[in-house]
Design a protein around this ligand. Structure first.
Ligand code: 5AD
Ligand code: SF4
Length: 471
């Protein structure tokens, strides 16, 4: 008997790990005949995959739920039922309370329950369901692999979670509470998943973990294996041209990993290494367990191993107790490192974290002023880095059509967006481009030589990407 196809819409907030998780949720529901749609209006099941890292991110979920109530009523008027689920870190942190605040929600489940999703959805047809346990079993052992078709639709670059959770307990951060203790997947599983991605045409994989460079999974020989050895193993996969990893903690940037940057051409010369502040006293209050000098020493070693590496970071301004002098230390660190890009945030006290109850909370208008000043400086360095690329030749992975007709868009080794006027047939190829001009957020290139990529890439230029969106 043929089963009726149901439509699934997933809206993703927050980090890349949520993007990956949303894809796995779609994979988990595919055997139950759920097909992803880009149109929320036609969805039988709407899932919000949420982020709890800052208050703003959490609050977005509740305004979306207000809109969803209207959508549900509209659809009900047409005789169509709609199920609404909240997943991710807000779900983990707030559980039952989400349904109390937004009764439109049928289903709340945390990041460790995705493999149970088909059963949770079944149960939610009859009752409100909340599942925020940290189960004994590892969800990765139960989640089905993506179909080749789904992988092809998702594009030429892919995320692959290798590690989850965090034991660092920075005093501002909810991650250790929402994602739990650090856990690493075995090398064999990661390699198998990477091979399946490559078989479906993926050429670049970004390994994900909240604390990815603390990775210590079971190796192929059964021994404890670090991120450097995992990268060496993955680099052996034919057709996997580019590797990246994110996000790292300075304390876990060990010599083996730094050496991998020198040894592996597949490992792209870009590193996101958050520091959060340039002031030692704030770093201490944040429980970062490293100093400014320690951070700079690591940067020096990385640059010795890979002189062209582009560095990125994360910063928080307005952490409790931050003085003008502390903030000046952050500005001076940005100048000293010369980041190619960086992300900066106003401190947001998170319930349950030690930072939230610290004395000396900084006035919001001061934090806002500091954020503006820091972002201005970061933008200057980013623009300078982009300008320094003009006149150089770079290998660009052409991923999709660009915004303007006749243009393709891709990424440089340094993760910059690059546009080029080129033929559609080049999508999926790594092409040598001369960089002609640069702006704040992207480069413009011209084709120099014949593409160096695989001639048999299965991609079609007009294949749409799936509807899982990052907000
Ligand atoms: N307030 C502001 N920014 C935060 N981050 C994490 N927690 C908070 C918070 N409570 C930032 C950090 C981290 C990035 C993912 O988000 O800079 O590296
Ligand atoms: Fe949060 Fe990163 Fe610190 Fe872990 S290392 S507590 S994820 S900021």
């Amino acid at each position: 008997m043929a089963t009726k196809t149901k439509k699934l819409f997933i809206k993703t907030y927050g980090c890349q790990m949520n993007v990956y998780d949303s894809e796995r949720m779609a994979d988990a529901l595919a055997p139950r005949d759920y097909v992803v749609t880009a149109d929320m209006e036609e969805a039988d099941l709407v899932l919000l995959n949420t982020c709890h890292i800052r208050e703003k991110a959490s609050e977005k979920v509740f305004s979306e739920l207000g809109r969803l109530k209207k959508l549900r009523d509209r659809r009900a008027g047409q005789g169509k039922p709609t199920m609404i689920g909240v997943a991710g870190c807000v779900a983990q942190a707030e559980g039952e309370e989400i349904i109390e605040r937004a009764p439109v929600v049928d289903l709340v489940f945390g990041p460790q329950s995705y493999h149970r999703l088909p059963d949770l959805v079944q149960r939610a047809k009859n009752e409100h369901v909340v599942d925020t346990d940290f189960p004994e079993e590892d969800k990765f052992d139960y989640l089905p692999q993506a179909s080749k078709q789904a992988t092809i639709a998702r594009g030429l670059t892919a995320f692959l979670t290798v590690q989850e959770g965090c034991d660092k307990f920075c005093s501002f951060c909810v991650v250790p509470y929402t994602r739990g203790n650090e856990a690493s997947r075995p090398v064999s599983r990661i390699v198998a998943e990477a091979k399946a991605l490559v078989e479906a045409g993926v050429r670049e994989i970004t390994l994900l973990g909240q604390n990815v460079n603390a990775y210590h999974g079971q190796g192929l020989d059964g021994a404890d294996t670090g991120l450097a050895a995992l990268l060496f193993e993955l680099a052996k996969i034919e057709g996997l041209d580019r590797l990246r990893y994110t996000t790292s903690h300075p304390r876990d940037m060990n010599d083996a990993l730094i050496a991998a940057h020198a040894a592996l051409p597949e490992l792209m010369p870009y590193l996101h290494l958050p520091v959060q502040s340039g002031s030692d006293s704030i770093l201490k209050a944040m429980n970062r367990r490293h100093t400014r000098a320690h951070y700079l020493k690591i940067i020096e070693k990385i640059r010795a191993a890979r002189p062209d590496i582009a560095l990125s970071g994360d910063f928080i301004v307005g952490f409790p107790g931050e003085t003008d002098a502390d903030f000046a230390d952050t500005l001076s660190l940005v100048k000293e490192v010369g980041y190619a890009s960086a992300y900066s945030f106003k401190y947001s006290p998170r319930p349950g974290t030690p930072g939230a109850s610290l004395e000396g909370q900084v006035e919001p208008h001061i934090a806002s002023e500091r954020l503006l000043e820091l972002q201005k400086l970061i933008n200057e360095y980013q623009l300078a880095f982009n300008h320094s690329c003009v006149g150089k030749t770079m290998d660009i992975l052409l991923e999709k059509t660009g915004r303007k007709p006749g243009q393709l868009a891709g990424r440089s080794p340094f993760l910059q967006a690059v546009h080029v006027d080129a033929d559609l047939s080049l999508i999926g190829q790594i092409v040598s481009l001369g960089i002609k001009s640069a702006g704040q957020n992207s480069l413009y290139g011209e084709q120099l030589a014949k593409p160096s990529g695989k001639p048999d890439n299965p991609r079609q230029a007009d294949q749409p990407r799936q509807s899982i969106r990052s907000a």
